[in-house]
Design a protein around this ligand. Structure first.
Ligand SMILES: [Zn+2]
Length: 485
């Protein structure tokens, strides 16, 4: 459902007039357990090419970011790892890609048109527009003045646009605020065209758009973001067991596929007051950001709310015919939902490290897992000497088909190692004058800084072995509920 920000239910709760979203940043008393703060990370991201302020030559644009060459490689890896584990490696999940702009009836049925709102007030002192639920003790979070605000209004977070040449009410459409509805409205098509039985998951990766009042914290909360969501349709009698399964399975993914240290992650079950009215249970997978525990992913039990809402609004039957019981069942849904951008910022925080070497020199290291590092292997000639360059480029040519690589010959070798450390490159391959005679190169390890001499003919294999050895040990698989009751 939410992905970039799962502050709360997005559907219409019948007991309340609108959707209240809980503040997502719960502050911690304890000290930091990641070493970078937001400023350090944002500056590194821009300097090295992970992400830049969007349209910076025009002064940027409202907490919007453009991804650079390194950021884009990392995002591709995050998507691939998620898709691999959530769809391709499983026998019970398939993928779709739905349109960003679709029939606005979808967003009326889902409750977004009427209820996807934040309460908003203006500070009479500084005129800042702030979320009413962000005011603590009557103090303006913008200027610190106490207690003078306009009346509360609700502000809808949907981005409106017009389809066709006429800008009138009847041509209003919306940029999707979540990818999840694409799975609900295609449930029957997917079930029929794939001839599947329950349980069946439908997964999607794509951009979503929310007109957030207070975006910020780099790419943690933005108005345009990329979601990875999966709706797992199952028999109602099995849905709580599947919810328990998916909480553990998703937590395992962060530890094993992304190598996020366990102490930076936690699973937090929502209390009754946080639950959407239709939800039997919801849990967040949280990451220890420098500003406190913050949501990475939501694992929600959505019951049959969405299918019933769309069946009611469309007049189509959205159910599953159970051949054993010979009856129609409206499945329940378990939904793991996460944002690519948010995983990226969490990975950067988790990886950031600073240390001082034995010569007293400070080095910044991103200890990224090889599978998400933008560059897996850097090729560095010892110098730009004309005898070295052809050999170094030939080594690079050999590695490019197998790894994400970078070739760097600018400045001293020491500075180039530092540069690769700072972007998280696990292995550097150095070509020196001995290479011309012995056809061997030096592999330098990012974390230990140890160096090994390896013959060029076995280089691909040697690098691959190292990457494999660096992956976390896989724990026992999470036990899936027995199928069919
Ligand atoms: Zn103010």
């Amino acid at each position: 459902m939410l992905g970039s920000d799962h502050r709360a239910p997005t559907r219409a709760p019948p007991r309340r007039g609108r959707i209240r979203r809980r503040p997502s940043e719960r502050r911690l008393d304890a000290g930091l357990s990641v070493k970078a703060n937001l400023e350090i990370l944002t500056s590194l991201a821009k300097r090295r090419g992970f992400a830049y302020p969007s349209a910076e030559i025009y002064g940027g644009f409202q907490s919007t970011w453009d991804y650079g060459p390194l950021g884009v490689e990392m995002k591709r890896q995050i998507r691939e790892l998620w898709w691999r584990s959530t769809v391709q490696a499983r026998d019970d999940v398939v993928g779709i890609e739905a349109a960003v702009i679709t029939n606005p009836a979808v967003w009326r049925a889902s409750g977004h048109v009427d209820h996807f709102t934040d309460p908003l007030v203006d500070c009479l002192e500084c005129r800042a527009r702030v979320r009413a639920d962000h005011i603590e003790g009557g103090v303006c979070p913008s200027c610190g003045a106490a207690g003078r605000f306009t009346e509360e209004r609700s502000f809808n977070l949907l981005f409106r646009t017009y389809v066709g040449p006429v800008e009138e009410e009847s041509s209003v459409a919306y940029l999707r605020p979540e990818t999840a509805q694409g799975m609900f409205v295609n449930f029957d098509n997917v079930l029929t065209s794939t001839r599947r039985r329950l349980p069946l998951g439908i997964a999607q990766i794509g951009r979503s758009y929310r007109n957030e009042i207070t975006p910020g914290q780099f790419i943690f909360r933005t108005r345009e973001f990329e979601q990875m969501e999966m709706e797992f349709f199952c028999d109602p009698s099995e849905s709580l067991a599947w919810h328990r399964y998916w909480k553990e399975e998703r937590l395992r993914w962060y530890r094993e596929a992304l190598a996020v240290p366990a102490e930076l992650l936690r699973l937090r079950d929502h209390g009754a007051e946080e639950l959407a009215h239709y939800s039997g249970a919801t849990a967040d997978i949280e990451f220890r950001f420098p500003w406190g525990w913050g949501e990475l992913e939501g694992v929600a039990h959505r019951g049959d709310f969405d299918l019933r809402a769309h069946a009611g609004a469309s007049g189509r039957q959205l159910s599953y015919f159970d051949p054993e019981r010979e009856q129609h069942v409206v499945p329940h849904v378990v939904e793991p939902a996460v944002g690519v951008d948010r995983i990226l910022i969490a990975l950067l925080f988790a990886a950031y490290d600073e240390e001082t070497d034995d010569r007293g020199e400070r080095r910044v290291v991103l200890r990224l897992a090889a599978d998400v590092a933008p560059v897996e292997v850097a090729v560095l000639p010892l110098s730009r000497n004309e005898r070295l360059v052809p050999t170094a480029r030939a080594v690079w040519d050999e590695l490019r088909p197998h790894f994400r690589t970078q070739y760097d010959d600018a400045q001293s070798i020491g500075r180039r190692y530092r540069r690769q450390d700072e972007i998280g490159t696990p292995q550097c391959v150095t070509v020196d004058f001995d290479t011309l005679d012995d056809h061997a190169v030096t592999i330098r390890d990012r974390d230990t800084m140890e160096q090994d001499r390896v013959p060029v003919p076995g280089l691909v294999e040697a690098l691959r072995t190292r990457i494999e050895a660096s992956r976390p040990q896989a724990g026992p698989p999470v036990e899936a509920p027995a199928r069919g009751g």
